[in-house]
Design a protein around this ligand. Structure first.
Ligand SMILES: O=C(O)CCC(=O)C(=O)O
Ligand SMILES: [Fe+2]
Length: 397
């Protein structure tokens, strides 16, 4: 496990603020750049990943043998015909829905359009299906954000204090609302989704616009477009609060309370079809505040498209680890028994667990850090042991 480190700082003044034409020769170099939004200029530092770029990465979802796993083994052998048919039916239903989502690139449709439903959303879905997106703007291939994203699957930048303070002030009312909502659910078992809310561009244009202009000015939108090979847009803005009362990452197998928490708990790949996320740290994040953690190089895992789709389908309903969901998952045919959220199921001490530990980068950093990552790489975050962590997670679709 590696934590964020700081080394050689190069201060560069650019002739044209806002441009990020800069090559990093040494992976331990980072640069301070002057960026500009429409109304202000601010500095951005690119934080180097702590390991050299990785080589091929195996498909770790395939490394779990559920037929021999202590929490699944008996469920696999006991599954009767009725349960097997029910599991297969459930899989086919989610898989069909998933295909429709993938054809229309559902996650690329901005929240406001998805939320309105109806014709506007259908039109956008059709446009996506026919690939009628505007082509990517030409972009310098040696820009450091893009280079880090390509090499490691992740790029971390830090914006200066003033730029961060302005964002925090605009987001304050939204975080107050989220705090109130979380308090109301204090006595219930909170799911991960209870820690998040969604900002609508229509109802909170100032916050949405501020984030969008920071992402543009910091070179993140350009890097994302170049990485994905199409013009990306800010699809979702999700303020998020986590604290030590969250339980989504603890008690993995609730019916087996003697099982110690796995060192790879909650590690997963997203089931979103392949987009990027940018997480803004709104509070300082130390080792106990649930730092975002990424397995460097895992974005280049050797995952077959069909296996990825199977994982995504299961992650939409069959990959929770309570006993009832495990029974259903265990009743699937062996070829369908795989998940994108497999970290809970990896056995401590396995080769996969060792590889994850070796290549994990835990991003501890001050408020104002922005973590841009490929959601198909293995990651986790928000597992707060002490205090509170505030972030704004943005989906670039
Ligand atoms: O909260 C975090 O740091 C990570 C959450 C996550 O896995 C995600 O947004 O995809
Ligand atoms: Fe995730």
């Amino acid at each position: 496990m590696h934590t964020l480190s700081t080394c050689n700082l190069q201060n560069l003044s650019l002739d044209q603020p806002g441009q990020t034409k800069l090559a990093i020769s040494n992976p331990c170099d980072y640069a301070a750049l002057v960026m500009e939004t429409n109304s202000e200029s601010f500095s951005v530092q690119i934080i180097p990943a702590p390991l050299p770029r990785g080589s091929q990465f195996p498909d770790l979802a395939r490394s779990v043998d559920y037929g021999r796993h202590p929490a699944y083994q008996t469920l696999v052998t006991q599954a009767g015909l009725f349960l097997r048919l029910r599991a297969l039916g459930s899989f086919v239903k989610t898989f069909t829905g998933l295909l429709a989502k993938r054809i229309t690139r559902y996650e690329m449709i901005p929240y406001d359009l998805r939320n309105s439903g109806g014709l506007a959303m259908a039109r956008q879905g059709l446009k996506n299906a026919l690939r009628l997106n505007s082509p990517t703007a030409p972009f310098s291939g040696d820009a450091p954000v893009l280079a880090s994203l390509r090499d490691h699957g992740i790029a971390v930048v830090q914006i200066d204090e003033q730029a961060h303070d302005r964002l925090e002030a605009i987001a304050a009312a939204h975080f107050d609302m989220l705090t109130k909502r979380r308090k109301e659910r204090e006595n219930e078992t909170r799911q991960f989704e209870d820690s998040r809310s969604t900002v609508s561009r229509t109802s909170e244009p100032e916050l949405f616009d501020r984030i969008e202009s920071l992402l543009h000015a910091a070179g993140i939108m350009d890097a994302a477009s170049a990485y994905l090979g199409r013009a990306v847009q800010l699809a979702d803005v999700n303020p998020q609060i986590n604290d030590a009362s969250d339980s989504f990452w603890r008690d993995i197998f609730p019916d087996m309370p003697e099982t110690p928490l796995s060192p790879t708990a909650y590690y997963h790949r997203d089931a979103s079809g392949g987009d990027l996320k940018a997480i803004f740290y709104i509070s300082d994040v130390g080792p106990k505040n649930g730092p975002f953690t990424y397995v460097l190089g895992s974005h280049q895992a050797d995952v077959r498209r069909i296996d990825d789709l199977i994982c995504e389908a299961n992650d939409h309903g069959l990959s929770a680890t309570d006993r009832a969901t495990r029974s259903l998952f265990a009743a699937l045919p062996k070829a369908l028994r795989r998940k994108g959220s497999f970290g809970n199921d990896l056995e401590p001490g396995s080769d996969a667990a060792r590889l994850i530990a070796e290549r994990s980068w835990s991003i501890e950093g001050p408020a104002g850090s922005i973590v841009l990552f490929d959601t198909k790489g293995i990651h986790r975050g928000g597992m707060v042991e002490h205090g509170e962590r505030r972030v704004i997670t943005c989906v670039l679709g």
